[in-house]
Structures are given as C-alpha cells and as structure tokens.
Design a protein around this ligand. Sequence first.
Ligand SMILES: Cc1cc2nc3c(=O)[nH]c(=O)nc-3n(C[C@H](O)[C@H](O)[C@H](O)COP(=O)(O)OP(=O)(O)OC[C@H]3O[C@@H](n4cnc5c(N)ncnc54)[C@H](O)[C@@H]3O)c2cc1C
Length: 418
Amino acid sequence: MNLGLSRTSSVLSKNTSKKRTALIVGAGVAGPVLAYFLHRYGVQPVVVERASHLRKGGQVLDLRETAAREVVQRMGIANAIRENLSGEKGVHLVDRNGRIQATFRSDDFGGKGFISDIEILRDRLVNILYDHTHRNVEYVFDDHPLSINDQENHVQVTFASGKSRDFDLVIGADGIQSKTRRLVFSNKTQKHYLGLNIAYFTIPRSPSDNEWGRWYNAPRGRTIILRPDNQGTTRVLLLFRSSDHGYENLNIDEKKAALQKHYHDAGFEISRILRELENTSEFYFETAVQINMDRWSQGRVALVGDAAYGTTANGFGTSKAFIGAYLLAGEIGRSQNHTEAFKQYEDLMRPFVNKTQNMFPLALRITAPETKTGIFVRNALLTAVSKLLNTRLGAKMSQSKPTESGNVLPDYDSLLLR
Ligand SMILES: Cc1cc2nc3c(=O)[nH]c(=O)nc-3n(C[C@H](O)[C@H](O)[C@H](O)COP(=O)(O)OP(=O)(O)OC[C@H]3O[C@@H](n4cnc5c(N)ncnc54)[C@H](O)[C@@H]3O)c2cc1C
C-alpha cells in the first residue's frame, strides 16, 4: 500500500489550553485504536458502545497488511497479540471426501497468504484493545446516539439514555451497519450487495479436526471452511452465493433453516456441521455488502473502519480499521482545523481502500467458484501453486518480502504527549 508520505509536523494541538473532545461511536477495533492515539495526542476521547459490554463473537481476524502491523507496534500491543494467536498452522484445500488437494502454510507468501501468520480470535483482539485503553479513555456501554447535530463550533449528541453532551468532534466507528453513517450521511452512501451470504458459528471439535483449517467448495458457490481455534472448539464458516436479498431479515431459526436447505447435499462433513448448527448458540449470519462513499466526513463528523469503507469478509477489514484509525487520529492531532485534518486522512487512506475493494471480485472467484468446472480449474491452479511452494525455489520466492518502499506510515511521534 502506498500511504504517500512520511513527514514530521508542526505541533498545533499541544499548545492549546483547552483539550479538544471527541465522541467515538463503537468499541470494536477502529474505535479503541482511534481512542488510544487521540489520547496520546492530547485529545480527550469518549467511546460509546451500544452493547452492554464489549461486543464479543466472531471468528479469527487477520492482520495481513504491513502498515497495520506497524500500528500494532506503535501501540505497544504486538506481544499481547502474539501471545493470543489462534495457532492455526495453515489451511488444506479438500475434496468432497475430505482428501487433501493442496496445502498452504501460514508462513507461505511472507506470512500473508490464505491464512496469515497473525490470526487472532476477534474476542481476544477486542479485549486486548480495551485493556490497553480503558484507563485513559472514558467508555460508556449500553448507550448510543439518537441524534447528532453539528452546530458549527461543536456537535450536540443526544443519546438513547436521554443524556445530551457536546463534543468538538464525532467519529463513527460503529461497523458496517453504522448508525452514525445513517444519521449524518444517509444520502451520501452507496451500499452494494455482493451476492454473498456468510454464516459463522462454533461447533465441538471432532477427531477429524486438527491444527489445520480445512476449506471445501461445492457447486452453486457453496464454501465450507472449518478452522481450529485455541479454545478447544472448531469455527465454521459457510459462505454461499445468492443474488436473493432478504436473508438478513429472517429470524435465527429461519436463517438456520435456509442453511439446511442450501447445504444439505454439499458433501464433505456437512451432516455433522448441520447437526451441530441446530445446537449452536453462537451464530452470526450476514449478507455481504460493500460501503462506498465519496467523502468520509461532513463538518465535524467523520467515519472510520467498516462504517466508512467496509466490505464484508474481504480479509482486510481489521487492517483497514487499524490503519484508518491511526491516520485519522494523527491528522486530528496534527491540525486544529478539522476540515483540513479530515481531508488529509481521506487523501492518505483512499488509495488503500480502493485497492482492497477492487480486489473483491477476484477474491470471490477464488473463494467461492460457482460451478463444478470452476471448482476443478481453481483446485488445479491452487494445487500447482502449493506444489511449487513445496519446492526449494518456490518456498524461497514465497518467503521473500515484497518491496515495502511505498508502505510508510506518516510519523506522528512529535505529537505524542510524554
Ligand atoms: C460481533 C462481530 C463479529 C464479527 N466477526 C467477524 C469475523 O468472524 N470475521 C471477520 O472478518 N470480521 C468480523 N467482524 C467484523 C470485523 O470486526 C471488522 O471488519 C473489522 O475488525 C473492522 O472493525 P470496526 O471497528 O470498523 O467494526 P466492528 O468490529 O464491527 O465494531 C463496531 C462496534 O460498534 C458497535 N456499534 C454498532 N452500532 C452502534 C451504535 N449505534 N452505537 C454504538 N456502538 C455501536 C458494535 O457493537 C461494535 O462493537 C465482526 C464484527 C462484529 C461486531
């Protein structure tokens, strides 16, 4: 990714007497990262989270972008993350009978392949971020903004609890279904349905599960991925193509019934998976969307992470959240002028967002080919690649680091309060 520049800055914010305040909506990934850096740059953050506690759940998230890993370093949480990795060795591509067709290790492609070398359960990551920030950041749970009124010299926010507070800035970090986006940017957002539905749930481990993920495709764009976690259970991902809308509006039982119908003849370990589906309490179902916006800010309100540029399940959500939050905090810290700060953030972040969003169609063809022929061709291709990786030359090529010349984060260190 090319974030353009690495520069030192004039420190405007340090010299002002009154601390600026920022409301951050959402305590997922982008929200706490933003709060961490804003606090370090002398801005007072308040994080409001709609759930009554940290919103847990979800599966493994990866940090495959070098710049995101750099943000983790600069936050001082790299060791905590390393200690909590899911421990997956890689992934086997398997056929209908579970026979291995191709193998990709987590350190293939410089640790940034199908399974990266930094994979962590979402719960663990969200906990680490909260633990690292809550002493210096006010967190408010079980509340959310009902109205956000930009009054030019401040923003007035009314909460569901009935409280009302003023802030210098409001940042929506409230995920792909962002309400902040709906309240402030409703006519400036394009939400594209990607023709893909995804269910995540957790099932008991069976003797066929080990430290390797297993990835299987059935015709009609049906993907099954089984992944070990470090909790003694197995995480299931069912991903299927369908241009029908409306799955997201079904209740849980109806969603489970739709999966039973869609998958019953898929093969591989589907009988076991569908049997356990009926018992699972941790179940998420999403219809994949992509958020496209010309601008991520308006007046004193801005968006970061999935709220601004989310694409469901394209593998870059967490990296974008870390990098976007870092850049936004840095630019707010650098300039008292929020219009200038938001513009700089957008200019720096836009190329990376465009790159990841443009990759989606190819990623989908690889992850969920639609027909038997498509699966055959994809498997043949990946088998050839995995065989090449097992040769000495292939392994060497895969481990060599890509040039990182454009991969430089701006340096905001001179803003840090020490
Ligand atoms: C429960 C859950 C499970 C997930 N599981 C996966 C997964 O398995 N694989 C994957 O790749 N990605 C998953 N994601 C998405 C992934 O976390 C994000 O793509 C990525 O980390 C970017 O994070 P974010 O902070 O922008 O958004 P998110 O991580 O989605 O965080 C948004 C936060 O905002 C809160 N929120 C929402 N609305 C409001 C509101 N109105 N007011 C206040 N707070 C609000 C949410 O409760 C959440 O805590 C999941 C997200 C969630 C919320």
